[in-house]
Design a protein around this ligand. Sequence first.
Ligand code: KG4
Ligand code: ZN
Length: 339
Amino acid sequence: MKVLGIETSCDECSSAVVEDGEKILSNVIATQIPFHAPWNGVVPEIASRKHTEWIYAVTKEALDKAGLTVADIDAVSVTSRPGLFGSLLVGLSFAKAFAWARNIPFIAVDHMLAHLYAPRLAAENRPEYPFLGLLVSGGHTIICKASNFDDITVLGTTIDDAAGEAFDKVAKYYNFGYPGGKVIDEMARNGDSGAFRFPLPSLHKGDHRFDVSYSGLKTAVINQRDMFRVKKGEVTNEDIAASFQKTAVEIILRALLNAAEDTGLTTIVAGGGVAANSYLRSSLAQRKHLCCIFPPLDLCGDNAAMIAGIGYQYLARGERSPLNVTASARVTGFKKKYP
Ligand code: KG4
Ligand code: ZN
């Protein structure tokens, strides 16, 4: 079954064709980064307008690259939650119209579950359930037990900012560039991660054992930098980036390793934009008692292949979404339950 995937939840306008939930025939990702960069962050109004302008051409390109026509598509899968409401509506409306015009099955899927599905699109090292999931994106940080593609139990989450949000906000404050995560990752390679010893949140006990927090780190890096300075002499922006990144990753690792210890799960599957972080990847690779599976870099960030992939799994079970399904900007009440 060839599924057309549509993803417009944030600032990537993406369309893909995936066969039988695993084989990527095309995955076109048109990034809006240059349009948001002057503001050092995503401007929702610009994002939805660009999606409206681009979605047709991006989908045409996805079909062309797969060597297919509209008639070859068997079903449509689209992100309907969570994300920027106006942006979600563009993809959702386009996907509905495509499915309705062709009278083919249509499914609306969850963006975060799709991130966790992304490693299954890689040619090798496909994860088997159950595993420990690490979802780290610009809007969410979730540590969960995944029993199936649509069955996850949230063990921990952020009590304030998401991991990617912390990278973005630090980069914005220091004018490092946009998007912050990738820029900080690159700068950190030439910095001294021991230049500052930033504090870790005290979340390792009781109910918060698997939770993370970034507001304290963010305040330390932005407002109280010199209180945590260890290095004598000149410090560079690269030193700030490296010290921040080290602490940001340690915060994730501490909660994640607690979860691995308590659940006994030894396979960890990561997803979301921050899963591209080189320090996170190398730190986890050193934990030889764990099997850590990361999506290939081009499937870490937002992409429609993961949407088509997970959509196939629902469709193969005979599930369909009604054409009056609507978008949802956030997922509420998911503290220990998601979606
Ligand atoms: O999954 P994603 O593309 O979009 C959302 O669903 O939010 O994640 C975007 C986030 C941004 O906060 C971005 O700064 C972060 O992922 N990011 C990174 C890296 N590449 C992207 N964070 C740390 N290191 C990276 N290499
Ligand atoms: Zn995402």
